[in-house]
Design a protein around this ligand. Structure first.
Ligand SMILES: Cc1cc2nc3c(=O)[nH]c(=O)nc-3n(C[C@H](O)[C@H](O)[C@H](O)COP(=O)(O)OP(=O)(O)OC[C@H]3O[C@@H](n4cnc5c(N)ncnc54)[C@H](O)[C@@H]3O)c2cc1C
Length: 443
């Protein structure tokens, strides 16, 4: 059979599954993954249709990459091949919502914002604030275990996921976990799929436990010229009885879209109104003892600040974004080393660090003369990795131009867990049809 005949046969089969109106062929440029355009974009409406697409792909040996809103598709190594991009955009329903149980079951393509709007009258929410939370889907958040500064107070999405429905590479559908919070028997398969970036299965449904929506909020901005002073403030807060929902160090570039030109420590409180008022007063006293300049933001102003920060990579030109995970005690040092290591290559780099969890985000515009400098940028990232590897730190490239990805593995070395990851990939996707090449060590 010629390539054209095969393509026509695949197209006919896809049409019989999702209908002609739900296939884009050729794929528009906006659907390119790195610089690779898929042959087909398919938009199934149900998990049965997802499974049928996978059965077809499995039989025909076609590579499938799942996609939620597509915001995070640049995360990963260059794809080996992409035949079908499977978008969950039409799978956007709230399947079950039990406010009395604080649980919800959502289709993978349901936008986080849509659900949080529905849960608002019940004073409940999913407390996730990944970058661009306004666009992210719950399936994409689960697949990327994507988080923002609220991780400090609420944990990662994986902590809130109590069950999943997944279509496996051969089209078999499985359920992992359940729909109630107390459902722990056997291996916790949820944790396997959460954060697997669409390489072990396509998540079609996610069951969450919800949180009560806080009654009030406030953010304190402590401003200073030195990381060390701000870090002392953070340490004092961490060692006190205060329970901030988020704690973030931000450099001048990160603060400038907020209208401040100084480094800052941002502390967010989300609680009942009296608890917020009490904590604000205590934190203010701390700031006073350290002679830090202080700005207080309440409710809407506080929310708006964090929303702006979650869109930072759109407000500041960025084409390279890194994430360092270090021991919390090493956060400030990580800020210094990454500033030193990358300032040669990054124009106006922004730095955001969570001193409570040791997560540091760096973004900026590649300031290089020509493509001949790309290997050097790759070396700088590798050097940064080597510096931190001996101290239990990791550096992940969250976003980079495809040309740079040819010079650096975006995940780095995962150490002794690699054979286990390889075995899992072999077990769940032996034909390597799900996002091949994108995950650690080219899995
Ligand atoms: C310009 C821009 C830049 C951004 N940069 C960053 C950044 O640097 N850092 C950051 O943390 N966030 C970033 N984000 C935000 C982040 O991408 C989103 O917050 C969100 O996590 C992604 O959700 P999504 O629905 O778009 O998932 P997608 O981006 O569509 O998918 C995320 C991953 O999950 C897989 N996937 C998607 N759906 C499924 C499914 N149903 N089953 C299995 N696998 C699936 C995909 O193949 C992909 O590997 C950025 C957003 C934009 C618009």
């Amino acid at each position: 059979m010629t390539t054209l005949q095969k393509a026509n046969e695949v197209e006919r089969a896809l049409i019989s599954i999702v209908g002609e109106a739900n296939i884009l062929c050729p794929a528009p440029e906006a659907y390119a993954i790195d610089d690779r355009r898929p042959s087909f974009v398919v938009l199934p409406e149900t998990s049965e249709e997802v499974a049928a697409v996978l059965r077809l792909a499995h039989a025909q040996d076609l590579a499938v990459v799942p996609m939620g809103s597509g915001r995070r598709l640049s995360f990963g190594n260059l794809p080996e091949r992409v035949d079908i991009l499977l978008s969950t955009r039409r799978m956007n329903r709230i399947l079950e919502y039990e406010p009395a149980d604080l649980t919800a079951s959502l289709e993978a393509g349901c936008p986080l914002e849509t659900f949080n709007r529905v849960a608002l009258p019940y004073r409940q929410w999913l407390p996730f604030d990944p970058p661009d939370a306004d666009r992210a889907t719950v399936g994409g958040i689960a697949a990327a275990d994507d988080f923002g500064p609220l991780r400090h107070g609420y944990g990662r999405p994986r902590d809130a996921i109590i069950g999943l429905e997944v279509a496996q590479a051969d089209g078999t559908r499985i359920r992992a976990g359940g729909r109630v919070v107390k459902n722990v028997t056997g291996y916790d398969l949820n944790k396997l799929f959460v954060g697997s970036f669409g390489t072990l299965g396509i998540i079609t449904r996610v069951n969450f436990k919800l949180r009560p929506l806080p009654e009030a909020e406030a953010t304190l901005l402590f401003l200073d010229a030195a990381w060390e002073t701000l870090a002392s403030g953070a340490r004092e807060i961490l060692q006190s009885e205060l329970l901030p929902a988020a704690l973030l160090l931000a450099n001048e570039a990160a603060m400038s879209p907020l209208g401040h030109g100084q480094k800052a420590l941002l502390v967010r409180f989300l609680e009942t109104a009296p608890a917020v008022a009490y904590q604000v007063e205590r934190a203010k006293a701390l700031a006073h003892s350290l002679s830090l300049e202080l700005i207080e933001l309440e409710n809407e102003a506080s929310r708006a600040t964090w929303e702006k920060l979650s869109r930072l990579h759109r407000l500041i030109p960025t084409d390279l974004r890194l994430r360092l995970s270090v021991l919390p005690a090493h956060t400030v040092e990580a800020l210094h080393t990454s500033e030193r290591a990358l300032s040669e290559w990054l124009d106006l780099p922004y730095l955001l660090a969570q001193p409570g969890t040791g997560i540091v985000h760096i973004g900026g515009k590649l300031g290089i003369e020509s493509e001949a400098d790309l290997p050097q940028v790759g070396h700088s990232i590798t050097d940064l990795r080597t510096t931190w590897a001996t101290r239990r730190g990791q550096v992940i490239v969250e976003h980079a131009p495809p040309k740079l990805k040819r010079h650096v593995d975006v995940w780095g070395d995962v150490g002794s867990s690699l054979p286990l990851m390889q075995a899992l990939k072999r077990a769940f996707d032996p034909k390597r049809i799900l996002s091949p090449g994108r995950f650690v060590a080219g899995l």
